[in-house]
Design a protein around this ligand. Structure first.
Ligand SMILES: C=CC1=C(C)c2cc3[nH]c(cc4nc(cc5[nH]c(cc1n2)c(C)c5CCC(=O)O)C(CCC(=O)O)=C4C)c(C)c3C=C
Ligand SMILES: [Fe+2]
Ligand SMILES: [Fe+2]
Length: 339
């Protein structure tokens, strides 16, 4: 019996598209202090008093446009990834979501049920890039539950893999067939985060967004810098695909609230691009390894409408890696590299 167990962790979805389930999900998600990093009283007022009451009905409608009969695409695709990874390893593999279900306690308990002599759990946060609102909260929450339950097995985490050759290769090969078609520009659209979060995760306190061209100047801050990491992903994938610098650009999507977020914003760029002569656009979302609301609704549906309405002629959304063979092999490799 393998002494190791594996937990694949993603963000999570509401249990259904009802406004009630949306309220529950958004409250849990946005009350996370690593997502809305305001003092508790202000966060409570903002989230419970303003954001959730207004957002829940709108989000419910958005989820309805992409929901599958098996459930949320993000959850279904993560379960499919689990099965594919499981078929390539002897260790038991479970799924945990940071918000909603299946929750971390269920995942740990399932592993223990399968193997009461469990010695080690390898956590795979399904985020290529470090952000306090994604990778960090996933790992810290799993550690919190682990400590509360007083588990005796060891807990190890796969680090952000934004520049790992296997991830870059899997992503590039997932994109390559789409790029055989004629296109003017490829847009790498990453989930955005507030600029303040980039500065908060800078351990030097003086590099990120403070030094000119900070993402390209060697610094220990890059270990936890979201902007550096996504930029390196774009650079490495473009290089692997032989794309010249004038053939691609980068932007940030899914902005929430009024604080300054990383720029440029995808929703702003899409209607501008046709006016700049970009009539045929390819768009890919490498911060997501599985398709979800933010790719299927925001980019593949809404983004396409905005772009075509503004004079764009052809818009191709490149799906996430989901269960592509190279990606499944990459996950197995990442797990085995955690010594
Ligand atoms: C890829 C990593 C992600 C980061 C970084 C991230 C930051 C972040 N997100 C919000 C607010 C929302 N995000 C929502 C959905 C959502 N976000 C991610 C990933 C990251 N978020 C995923 C995979 C999803 C999709 C979930 C699904 O069920 O498919 C939502 C909910 C939907 C909506 O109402 O739009 C919100 C809200 C903030 C504020 C933030 C950084 C501070
Ligand atoms: Fe998000
Ligand atoms: Fe940085």
């Amino acid at each position: 019996m393998a002494k190791r167990g594996v937990i694949l962790m993603n963000l999570g979805s509401p249990d259904s598209t009802s406004v009630k389930d949306l309220r529950k999900y958004l409250n849990e998600f946005l009350m996370d202090e690593r997502v809305i990093d305001k003092p508790l009283w202000l966060r409570t007022l903002l989230v419970r008093g303003i954001i959730v009451p207004f957002r829940a009905p709108k989000s419910a409608e958005a989820y309805k446009t992409i929901w599958w009969k098996e459930g949320s695409p993000l959850v279904v695709l993560t379960e499919q990834l689990k099965k594919a990874v499981q078929s390539k390893m002897s260790e038991t593999v479970e799924v945990a979501m940071r918000y909603g279900n299946p929750n971390p306690t269920q995942a740990y308990e399932n592993l223990l049920k399968q193997n009461p002599d469990l010695e080690e759990v390898v956590l795979v946060p399904l985020y290529p890039h470090y952000a306090m609102s994604s990778y960090e909260t996933a790992v810290e929450y799993m550690k919190e539950v682990y400590a509360k339950k007083k588990y005796t097995f060891a807990l190890k985490s796969v680090p952000p893999f934004y520049n790992h050759p296997a991830y870059i290769n899997a992503l590039a090969e997932n994109m390559r067939p789409y790029l055989q078609e004629d296109f003017d520009q490829l847009l790498f659209s990453y989930h955005g985060i507030p600029e303040r979060h980039v500065q908060k995760t800078d351990p030097t306190g003086k590099h990120c967004l403070q030094v000119e061209n900070c993402c390209f100047k060697s610094c220990e801050a890059h270990k936890t810098c979201y902007r550096h990491q996504v930029t390196m992903t774009s650079e490495l994938v473009a290089k692997k695909l032989g794309l010249k610098k004038d053939k691609w650009q980068q932007s940030y999507q899914s902005r929430l609230g009024r604080d300054p977020w990383l720029q440029p914003n995808t929703q702003v760029r899409l209607p501008q691009l046709p006016k700049e002569g970009v009539k045929k656009l390819m768009i890919v979302c490498p911060s997501f390894v599985s398709d979800c609301l933010e790719t299927l609704e925001e980019i593949a549906i809404r983004g396409k409408e905005d772009y075509l309405k503004s004079g764009g002629e052809k818009y191709t959304y490149i799906p996430c890696m989901n269960t592509s063979e190279l990606w499944v092999d990459t996950v197995v490799q990442l797990i085995n590299e955690v010594a």
